[in-house]
Structures are given as C-alpha cells and as structure tokens.
Design a protein around this ligand. Structure first.
Ligand SMILES: NC(=O)C1=CN([C@@H]2O[C@H](COP(=O)(O)OP(=O)(O)OC[C@H]3O[C@@H](n4cnc5c(N)ncnc54)[C@H](O)[C@@H]3O)[C@@H](O)[C@H]2O)C=CC1
Ligand SMILES: CC(=O)C(C)=O
Length: 286
C-alpha cells in the first residue's frame, strides 16, 4: 500500500503540470517541503504553516539545535502531517545533498525548498575582518545557493518543476546601519533569486524570496545586544526603536512572514518568479 501510494505520488507529481496540482490537504496526497534553519524563529513558523497547508516537512537545522528540531517535528506530527529531522550545515554542499536525499527518501518527491537558514553580525563595515565576511557569506549566501542548486537538481530529476523560496530581507533593498556585511549578503540573495529564476524557468521551477522587516526572533535578540554594545542602548531598546520606522506601528512575529511564504509555496504563486517580496509592515517602499 505504501509502495503504491509512493508510486502514485510520483506519477501524479511527474505527469501533471505544477499549476494543475493545486493544494494538498490531509485527506489528499501530500506535498513535501524542506525548510532549512527551522528549529526556531521564522523557519519554525514556516515549517508549521506549510504543515497546516498540507505539506510534509523536512525540518533542518544544525545538530547543536537537535532538541528544538525534534520539538518542531513532534508539533508537525501532532498536526497529522509527516515530518523528519535532518541535521545538516547548509554551508557544506555534501550535507545539503544528504539532506535533500533524506527528505525524498522519507517524505517522497520534493515540491518546495525554503532556504531560510541565516545568521547576522552587528559591526561597522570599517571593522569587518575576512573571517566575518567568510562566516556571513558562507551561511547567508553559499547556504542559500547550495540549497537552491541541490533542490533544483532534484526537481529536474523528478521532471515536474518546483518552488525555491529564499530568505532575503528588507536590507536586500536598503542596508541597516551596523549590519553592513549582513546587508550585502541579503542583497546578493536578491540578485541570485533573479538569476536563478531566469535560469530555471525552462524547468518549470519558480524562484522567489521573502524579505522580512524586523521580526521578534533569536536573531533580533543578538542584533539588539550587538547594537547595544556599540550605541550603549539598554537591552531591548534597539529592537523597540525600530517601531518608529514601521508604518503599521509594530514589529513583526515569525507568523507574519510565514503567511507570505505560504503564498509563495502555493499554486496561487505559480505565475510569480524572480521576486523578493517584502513583509515588513511598511518599512521600505520599493
Ligand atoms: N529576524 C529578522 O528580523 C529577520 C530575519 N531575516 C532572515 O530570516 C531567516 C531566519 O531568521 P530568524 O528566524 O530570525 O533567525 P534565528 O536566528 O532565529 O534562526 C535561524 C536558524 O538558522 C539556523 N542556522 C544557522 N546557520 C545554519 C547552518 N549553517 N545550517 C543550518 N541551519 C543554520 C540556526 O541554528 C537557527 O535555528 C534568516 O535568513 C534571516 O537572515 C530576514 C529579515 C529579518
Ligand atoms: C535582521 C534583518 O534582516 C532585519 C531587517 O532586521
């Protein structure tokens, strides 16, 4: 029965064009998604939202975060969807390859990858060292590129297209003071998203990115603390201060971002590619 189901999934996946496949619900054949860096924060919210949308989820993060990952997996399973934990460092191509392989093995054909894993570092551009550049670009750019490449190869092998969704930021459009190298990595992700959209359209693969504004997550805890070291503001103040430049008058929560990613992962976005879509409460108007 399981074999039949997986053969059925494969034949549906490979025979119907993406735009005819529509949404899966828990009662229909499911789709699957890999979400990198989904042990916490925005990635976790995306993983849970996509699970609610009907996806089975490969939950990825670094092994050091295994307990968080296992909790996300359990939460998804309690929603009635399949989930598997895969510990992989997205800066290492062989680990990304093994991650996608494990996802296909455990959950069936891949439909969506969300290249979400990222890190930030507060500093002045004038102080940035080679090791800072290396670390930030390795995770935020190489990690996204490797995830996209490996997923795209899998989509091409399956022959039915797919959706690549990258983590950009509003700093892809306009850098934040004290986040110069981080901002440059996110501008690079926006550019890569456009290039791969052009390159992969012939394979029925769309490539888009989401650009959050200020999101209450572990990342902003570290940004707030780092900025505090530079400008002396007390803990939490740099985060709070951002509200002054948010049109909707509040910082965001990971679920605000997950709603946009849900759209980008759905059939409703089939005619959208090469876009970096902002979910920032109106901080940057493009
Ligand atoms: N928090 C914010 O305000 C914003 C975040 N973003 C982007 O959204 C994405 C998610 O951010 P948050 O959830 O806020 O961050 P977070 O720090 O809360 O979570 C990021 C996750 O990525 C994982 N990760 C880091 N390096 C990894 C690696 N090499 N391999 C696998 N996993 C790795 C971390 O362990 C962590 O669990 C990032 O790409 C970030 O740059 C963009 C705009 C705003
Ligand atoms: C961390 C980040 O990208 C912003 C815009 O806050």
């Amino acid at each position: 029965m399981a074999l039949l189901r997986s053969k059925l999934r494969l034949s549906i996946a490979s025979s119907a064009p993406l735009w005819q496949r529509g949404f899966a619900t828990s009662k229909t054949l499911s789709k699957s998604a890999v979400v990198t860096g989904s042990g916490q924060g925005i990635g976790k919210a995306i993983a849970l939202r996509l699970a609610r949308d009907g996806f089975d989820i490969c939950v990825n993060d670094l092994e050091v975060n295994s307990s968080m990952v296992n909790n996300v997996v359990a939460e998804i399973q309690s929603l009635g969807r399949k989930a598997i934990p895969v510990f992989a460092d997205v800066t290492r191509l062989p680990q990304v390859e093994a991650m996608v392989e494990a996802s296909v093995e455990g959950l069936g054909p891949l439909d969506v990858i969300v290249a979400n894993a990222g890190i930030a570092q507060v500093q002045w551009g004038m102080d940035a060292q080679e090791s800072d550049l290396q670390r930030l670009f390795e995770v935020n750019f190489y990690g996204v590129l490797y995830s996209d490449q490996v997923a795209a190869r899998q989509f091409i092998k399956q022959g039915s297209g797919g959706k690549i969704i990258n983590a950009a930021s509003i700093v892809s459009f306009r850098p934040f003071l004290m986040l110069p190298i981080y901002s440059a990595t996110k501008a690079a992700v926006r550019s890569l998203t456009q290039s791969l959209a052009m390159e992969l359209a012939k394979d029925k693969i769309t490539v888009n990115a989401y650009a959050p504004g200020v999101v209450d997550s572990h990342m902003w805890d570290t940004i707030d603390e780092g900025m505090g070291h530079i400008n002396g503001r007390p803990k939490g103040q740099n985060f709070k201060d951002t509200v002054n430049s948010i049109t909707l008058g509040r910082t965001s929560v990971p679920e605000d971002v997950a709603k946009m990613v849900s759209f980008l992962a759905s059939a409703d976005s089939d005619y959208v590619t090469g876009q970096t879509m902002m979910a920032d409460g109106g901080m940057v108007f493009s």
